[in-house]
Write a protein that binds this ligand. Structure first.
Ligand code: ATR
Length: 269
């Protein structure tokens, strides 16, 4: 039996054990997938202990993704660009890291026919999740991206890192209007999860952009409620991204990529 786990804090509500359970069933794999809660100061010790107990792959979730990046010795290109890791494994005793969040998001956008290439995209939020998805988003060659955040300095910092010859990346506040016709909208803020009101640019919903919230839940997310209220016709939550980043992790660990779409159908039954 192959052993895996997700590490985070809090972790009890994580869907990863159920998702990987479905993947294992559909692939005919014999796995154990645990949820492990750990304090940030004990993270490295816990990692070593899990690997020495025979775990072969670990997922890392909030608030440990940046810490996971810093303790890993070898990183994929995407992981280095994101400076965040959600997937860990060992190769010849060396701790390796990847970040599958961005690729998971991009796969989900494609599956939902939400166009990025040549589009004007607004990314709301400049925290860990925003950082994790930006490299993959930019690789898909949008026309222009504006990172809009409550703390403007954080958006400015990210925009400076990611602005490049192919894609203009700029920053903005939650109060100023977005200076282009918006084609797509990605919410990475935790305002809804925290039960807080999100102030947003006045013209955010003016052009009926597609709207993708990285959050998910049994109920419609706060941000999607807002989008629906503003008559947005293409509104999606982050459940698809969650399944797809998980499928990409399992592929890294086992070489087998589960069908995330099928797994989602089983999950919803
Ligand atoms: P995560 O890893 O989920 O991205 P994070 O790094 O704490 O979590 O980032 C949370 C993001 O949500 C940040 O962009 C944060 O804005 P600040 O950088 O100004 O803190 C944003 N956020 C959280 N609560 C918010 C609120 N009530 N209104 C607007 N933005 C909010």
């Amino acid at each position: 039996m192959k052993k895996f786990a997700v590490i985070g804090n809090p972790i009890s509500h994580s869907l990863s054990p159920s998702i990987h359970g479905i993947f294992a069933e559909t692939l005919g794999l014999d796995i154990q997938y645990d949820a492990v809660e750990v304090e940030i100061q004990d993270f490295e010790e816990k990692l070593n202990s899990l690997f020495s107990q025979g775990y072969i792959g670990l997922n890392v979730t909030l608030p440990l993704k940046e810490k996971a990046f810093s303790v890993a010795k070898k990183h994929t290109e995407t992981c280095s660009a994101a400076r965040s890791a959600n997937t860990l494994w060992k190769e010849g005793g060396v701790l390796c890291a990847d970040s599958t969040d961005g690729a998971g998001l991009m796969e989900d956008l494609i599956s939902k026919d939400l166009k990025v290439k040549g589009s004007n995209i607004v990314v709301l939020g400049a925290g860990g999740s925003s950082k994790a998805i930006l490299p993959s988003l930019l690789k898909a060659e949008p026309k222009e991206v504006i990172i809009v955040n409550r703390t403007i300095s954080k958006a400015k910092n990210l925009a400076e890192i990611y602005n490049n010859d192919k894609v203009k990346v700029s920053h903005g506040s939650l109060i100023d209007e977005v200076p282009f016709e918006i084609d797509g909208l990605i919410n990475t803020t935790s305002a809804g999860l925290l039960g807080q009101e999100l102030i947003y640019p006045k013209n955010l919903f003016h052009f009926n952009p597609w709207s993708y919230d990285l959050s998910y839940g049994e109920k419609t997310t706060e941000f999607n409620e807002l989008a629906i209220k503003n008559n947005i016709s293409r509104v999606h939550d982050g459940l698809g991204m969650l399944f797809r980043q998980a499928a990409l992790s399992l592929k890294i660990w086992t070489g087998l990529k589960p069908n995330a779409e099928e797994a989602m159908k089983i999950f919803r039954i």
